[in-house]
Design a protein around this ligand. Sequence first.
Ligand SMILES: CC(C)(COP(=O)(O)OP(=O)(O)OC[C@H]1O[C@@H](n2cnc3c(N)ncnc32)[C@H](O)[C@@H]1OP(=O)(O)O)[C@@H](O)C(=O)NCCC(=O)NCCS
Length: 150
Amino acid sequence: MILPMNEGHVAFVAELERLCFSAPWSERSIASELNNEYSLWLVEEREGVAVAYVGSQSCPPEADVMNIAVSPDYRRQGIGEALMVALMDALLERGMESLTLEVRASNAPAIGLYTRLGFTEVGRRRNYYTDPQEDALIMRKELCHADPVY
Ligand SMILES: CC(C)(COP(=O)(O)OP(=O)(O)OC[C@H]1O[C@@H](n2cnc3c(N)ncnc32)[C@H](O)[C@@H]1OP(=O)(O)O)[C@@H](O)C(=O)NCCC(=O)NCCS
């Protein structure tokens, strides 16, 4: 079940951030997103337990994915895709016209997910990431109600 992130999800999101990323969002930064009208974060719960999240910020009519992560035991079950689809639907409802994200150039699972959803590479930021240093691919998708992908 996909829900908007609430206060009860913040510790989980921060823990998964630390597990997955070398520059994780702090619990405080994540909590502040709850009060940001331009932010939309969604959480997937299984039997009442949070297992994945996606976070976004919008600058109308454009939106950016902040991060997405699925707990290791729940990967490759379609949860990441379902979260991205739910996010795109919700952003469309809010009037957003495009969704942009950055991804490590070596992150094949994430690039596979975004490509499958119709994102295309629109640029590259050299040495954007540290620890380890790596380029970011910039990927974007125009959001459209008639999109056959979702
Ligand atoms: C990237 C991530 C969110 C994908 O979540 P997921 O729930 O496992 O993805 P899904 O099961 O929805 O996969 C949907 C599609 O994405 C692609 N994909 C997902 N994982 C993949 C992998 N390990 N290798 C190649 N393609 C993959 C496939 O096309 C997949 O469809 P398929 O299973 O029918 O082949 C997950 O691997 C994760 O949390 N990674 C660590 C955090 C991270 O790197 N986040 C991205 C930051 S930019």
